[in-house]
Design a protein around this ligand. Structure first.
Ligand code: MRU
Length: 350
């Protein structure tokens, strides 16, 4: 992505360090965060300095490679298994994390350099898939289209380009008139903070809407299609994505609006027969009870926005039933959310 005239990826490796755009500071401050050890990278994934399915996957792969570079003691086999567990415990829903850790772990058994190579190739694969998703997805977008998206599945959520926003970028590059309605996406505000920032950087016309505005906009005929990302897709086409996605899908069905998921094949988990098998991450209640932003001096401060004394419940994802989904835009094409089409997708790539 280009930020103030310079090209950046969301996450990359430099020597033994993992470098990433600090997403907790965006959109107020643009800063690169360095993780010198695999444990620091784990912390950055947990506290969402790096976030979004593909970026989490790439960071997790790099963290596994860091562990191979770091852990050279006599008991390294045990320590590496512990490190793998630490990385896998950071964000349980994101399928790309487990995909990357498994690949880099196997590669690292040969040599630490091989682990680094494998981690880099997962990052490259993520970028290439995103670009292909952009092209396939843009074929669904009309010459003039109003698109609703939830959370952030753009550049920041992947190594580059993104998934749900990739078709928007591709369509705009090809002179289609796209307008994006951006769900604010409480509690962490990935829509209002990150998607809006990305679209602004790219001069894509958009507006941020409160999460509870989608129903009336759909009823008024203001939305032509919905495109969102995915954190894990089950074999039957059920999709786990940011909390609130299910509500948008139910509304889209009610108002006969096409509802698309955009995700690379690395997000599918065929070991989950249905969405019931997908683990849903529960995050700290503080994310609901407090909001964070810069004070007059630019320092990030946290203020309580809910009634003192009450507690909050904070599931980070929900599962949208396959029956509510029009199609899944992958790097290999657009598939129907059912077991037959999904298994064909994986047969093709064997
Ligand atoms: O909790 P996050 O911000 O890491 O959420 C993941 C996501 O980015 C969204 O659920 C997104 O729509 C999935 S695709 C990146």
């Amino acid at each position: 992505m280009i930020v103030e005239g310079k090209y950046y990826k969301t996450v990359w490796m430099e020597g033994n360090s993992v470098m990433m755009i600090n997403q907790n500071l965006l959109p107020f401050t643009f800063e690169i965060h360095e993780c010198k050890t695999y444990w620091e990278t784990c912390m950055a994934i947990t506290d969402m300095t790096v976030r979004g399915a593909g970026a989490i996957g790439a960071a997790a792969g790099f963290a596994m490679a860091q562990a191979f570079l770091e852990l050279q003691t006599f008991d390294k086999a045990v320590r590496l298994r512990e490190a793998r567990q630490d990385i896998e415990n950071t964000r349980p829903t994101a399928r790309n994390l487990f995909y990357a850790v498994e690949k880099v772990y196997q590669a690292g058994l040969e040599s630490p350099d091989n682990a680094v190579r494998a981690a880099n190739s997962i990052a490259t694969e993520d970028e290439e898939s995103s670009r292909a998703i952009g092209k396939w997805g843009a074929s669904l977008i009309g010459a003039k289209s109003n698109i609703l998206t939830h959370c952030n599945a753009g550049w920041l959520a992947f190594v580059d380009y993104g998934t749900a926003l990739a078709p928007v970028y591709y369509a705009a590059e090809n002179n289609k008139q796209v307008f994006v309605y951006v769900d604010e996406t409480r509690p962490r505000g990935q829509g209002g903070r990150l998607t809006a920032w990305e679209l602004y950087q790219n001069k894509i016309p958009h507006v941020i809407i409160p999460d509870n505005a989608a129903a009336s906009l759909m009823k008024e005929g203001k939305i032509d299609m919905v495109i969102v990302g995915a954190d894990r897709i089950a074999a039957n086409g059920d999709v786990a994505n940011k909390i609130g996605t299910l509500g948008r899908a139910i509304l889209a069905k009610k108002y006969k609006i096409p509802f698309y998921i955009a995700a690379p094949s690395s997000t599918f988990d065929l070991s989950c027969k249905s969405g019931n098998d997908i683990p849903i991450e529960k995050r700290s209640q503080d994310e609901v009870l407090y909001q964070t932003g810069p004070d007059a001096n630019g320092n990030m401060v946290k203020i309580r926005v809910c009634s003192p004394g009450s507690q909050a419940y904070n599931p980070a994802f929900d599962v949208t039933d396959a029956a509510l989904i029009t199609g899944i835009i992958t790097e290999k094409g657009i598939v129907k959310p059912n077991i037959t089409s999904i298994s064909q997708l994986f047969k093709k790539s064997e």
